[in-house]
Design a protein around this ligand. Structure first.
Ligand code: 13P
Ligand code: ZN
Length: 269
């Protein structure tokens, strides 16, 4: 019922749309990836008393998150199912002001708790709020060509990774002039991964997780998706050249400087 309320409905539709895109891209095997959106403003003044709630014990990492509302995918949810079965796969949660957990407000008996990456999502939201950033959506996914690139030692650091993706496809420099942040491998689902991620978000909107995937933030999920899609395309073009037996030439430093000048590029962060 809650999901039928108009402004919440639009966000649920966005999650379904992005879930479908990720599946079509081949980035969302089984339960791979997770998404969340801050819906605190939408929930202001909304009556939620008729719902069955369940409290999940969870260490909330920052008091700024108290009483905030999020739509977040459940752990184990198939992103391709979020469009067809939103109620089972997407949770509406409210952070307990005691900071010892969160309430699932659309709870059903078969409901699983939030994504195993929820600690990263919450650390990111706290970071965004504390830094007056405008982004309110988080997308984590497993993009094939980005992951493959992080397995190549030569490119598995921030400087070399960005130099390559900017040089293969001009659009990447235009859309993401600040480049991507890069977190060396950390175990999925850990607070350490979240903490390393927020360090990079100071200057970035997308952060690569070595040998795992990436996470991007946007004003909505589609904006976050576009950042990942643009970078993955560049990585894909690199592998197309390599698979055909050629070393890609890439744009020269001069050509990159030409882009900066002509498009008047400056960081979006
Ligand atoms: P969840 O099903 O817990 O969201 O895990 C998917 C994932 O990609 C973990 O990194
Ligand atoms: Zn993952």
């Amino acid at each position: 019922m809650l999901f039928k309320k108009s402004r919440l409905k639009k966000v649920i539709e966005d999650i379904g749309e992005v879930g479908t895109l990720l599946w079509q891209k081949g980035w969302a095997e089984r339960n791979a990836g997770n998404v969340s959106v801050d819906v605190t403003e939408i929930m202001a003044g909304m009556v939620i008393s008729e719902q069955k709630k369940k409290k999940i014990v969870f260490k909330i990492p920052d008091e700024i998150l108290a009483d905030r509302f999020y739509l977040v995918t459940a752990t184990g949810a198939r992103l391709r199912d979020t469009k067809k079965f939103p109620e089972e796969n997407i949770l509406l949660v409210m952070i307990d002001k005691k900071l010892d957990g969160y309430y699932i407000l659309n709870y059903t008996d078969s409901q699983r708790p939030s994504t195993s990456e929820f600690i990263s999502h919450l650390l990111i939201y706290a970071f965004l709020l504390r830094n007056n950033r405008k982004e309110r959506a988080i997308l984590h996914t497993h993009p094939n060509h980005i992951i493959a690139l992080t397995h190549i030692k030569k490119y598995a650091n921030e400087k070399k990774f960005n130099k390559l993706i900017w040089s293969i496809h001009p659009e990447v420099k235009v859309v993401i002039p600040e480049g991507a942040g890069f977190v060396p491998y950390r175990c999925p689902g850990t607070e350490e991964l979240g903490n390393e991620t927020i360090k990079r978000l100071k200057n970035h909107r997308i952060v690569i997780w070595e040998k795992h995937g990436c996470v991007a933030v946007g004003k909505d999920l589609l904006e976050a998706f576009d950042l990942i899609d643009t970078i993955n395309k560049s990585a894909e073009l690199f592998f197309i050249c390599k698979s055909a037996g050629f070393e890609p030439e890439g744009l020269s430093d001069r050509q990159i400087k030409g882009l900066i000048k002509n498009f008047n590029l400056r960081s979006h962060v």
